[in-house]
Design a protein around this ligand. Structure first.
Ligand code: CA
Length: 197
């Protein structure tokens, strides 16, 4: 709007006409009008677990998210699957947490699991060294975050376990631990920090 028109109170509206923009008297205008709203792409909601995967559910007291994978995988593939989801193979740090994992497991009774062994799942612990060297520090079970099970907060084995039947960490439906073969596919549970993504 140029100065001449600004000072001319008779022409107090602007309209788009055939010749372009023009100044009109508002009081005389009865024109159609066009609205504009910018199309902003709304990002998908990441939810309480900061992930697009709705299978991750937050446990408010434990302040962690969990996802049960019923399709069986060997331990290394289960480890990678959780990592690809921004999570990790679940680590038990308390009795409360193992109770929650037991409850998750109970939602998948044996009849709906396809693994050969339906009463055990992989968790995020294993022997990282040579299991035959019994006094070697790495011949003990460590979580994938580098803690011994005692340090992590849960070290309750099933009767007779660990019996060195495998290097990888498992949990029975009872919540008790069992060492199992890494190459045998089992269902598994991923855990995710709600704030990480
Ligand atoms: Ca065992």
């Amino acid at each position: 709007m140029n100065k001449e028109h600004c000072s001319e109170t008779l022409y107090d509206c602007m309209a788009l006409v055939e010749s372009g923009l023009n100044y009109k008297r508002c009081a005389e205008l009865r024109l159609p009008f066009i609205c504009f709203k910018k199309n902003v792409e709304v990002p998908p909601s990441l939810g309480k677990c900061t992930t697009v995967d709705p299978a991750y559910k937050l446990h408010g007291i434990l302040n962690s998210c969990y996802k049960f994978h019923p399709e069986p995988r060997k331990w290394s593939e289960a480890f990678k699957t959780c990592s690809a989801e921004g999570a990790y193979l679940a680590i038990v740090n308390s009795d409360e947490e193992v109770e929650h994992l037991k409850n998750l497991f109970a939602e998948y009774p044996p009849k709906i699991l396809t693994s050969d062994y339906k009463d055990c799942v992989f968790l995020g612990y294993r022997i990282f060294g040579d299991e035959t060297i019994t006094n070697h520090p790495l011949s003990y079970f460590y979580t994938i975050h580098g803690q011994l099970l005692d340090q992590a907060g849960y070290n309750r084995w099933s009767v007779g376990q660990p019996n060195r039947s495998g290097n990888c960490g498992g949990m029975y439906r009872t919540g008790l631990l069992n060492d199992i073969w890494c190459h045998v596919p089992y269902a598994f549970i991923c855990e995710k920090d709600p704030q990480s993504y």
